[in-house]
Design a binder for this molecule. Structure first.
Ligand code: ADP
Length: 164
C-alpha cells in the first residue's frame, strides 16, 4: 500500500525549517502532500495561490512531493479525502510539543486510523518561525539563509510594494 503523508501548515511563508521537514518526510513516505492552510482568524501575508506556487518551486527536486491548497475543513477529513494515512508535523521546542500533543490527541479521537508523525526540527532551524521571518523581513532584515531563494525574493517584493 502506498504510504501517503499530509504535511499541513500555515507556511506563511515556507521556511528552510519547513523544507527540511518536507525533505526528510519525502525519504520516509512514498508520497508527501504539502498543504498550505489559510488561517481565518489572522490576515495572511501570502495568499493561498502564492503559497502553493512558492512551495511548488521550492520542492521541485523532490519527485514524490505534491502541493495542494488545503480546503477549509478539518485536517483529518482532508487527509481522508487524499487517502493519506499519516500526518507529519515538525517539533522545534516544548511549546510546539505541548501544542502538537493536544492537536494529535484531538485528531486521534476524530480519526483513529490516521497516525501523527513528528520530526524534530533541524538544530540550525530550531529558532525559525514564519512569524519571525515576516517580522524581520518587514524591517528589511536579511533572511536569505533561513528561507528558500524564491521565498526571499517574494518577501522583498511584498515589503517593497507601495502601501495602499
Ligand atoms: P506555525 O505553527 O508557526 O503557524 P506552520 O503552521 O507553518 O507554523 O507550521 C507547520 C508545521 O511545521 C508545524 O508542525 C510546525 O511546528 C512546523 N515547523 C514550523 N517551523 C519549523 C522549523 N523551523 N523546523 C521544523 N518544523 C517547523
Amino acid at each position: 500500500m502506498t504510504k501517503t503523508a499530509l504535511y499541513a501548515g500555515s507556511f506563511d511563508p515556507l521556511t528552510n525549517g519547513h523544507l527540511d521537514i518536507i525533505r526528510r518526510a519525502s525519504a520516509l513516505f512514498d508520497q508527501v502532500i504539502v498543504a498550505p492552510m489559510t488561517n481565518v482568524s489572522k490576515a495572511p501575508l501570502f495568499t493561498s495561490e502564492e503559497k502553493v506556487a512558492l512551495i511548488n518551486t521550492a520542492v521541485q527536486a523532490l519527485a514524490n512531493v505534491t502541493v495542494v491548497a488545503a480546503p477549509r475543513q478539518l485536517t483529518v477529513a482532508f487527509a481522508q479525502t487524499l487517502g493519506a494515512q499519516y500526518l507529519v508535523r515538525g517539533l522545534r521546542n516544548t511549546a510546539d510539543f505541548n501544542y502538537e500533543a493536544d492537536i494529535a490527541a484531538m485528531n486521534a479521537s476524530l480519526a483513529a486510523d490516521l497516525e501523527s508523525v513528528f520530526l524534530m526540527a533541524a538544530p540550525r532551524y530550531r529558532f525559525v518561525s514564519s512569524s519571525l521571518i515576516r517580522e524581520v523581513a518587514s524591517f528589511g532584515g536579511d533572511v536569505t539563509a533561513l528561507v528558500p531563494a524564491n521565498v526571499a525574493t517574494a518577501l522583498t517584493a511584498k515589503f517593497e510594494a507601495p502601501h495602499a
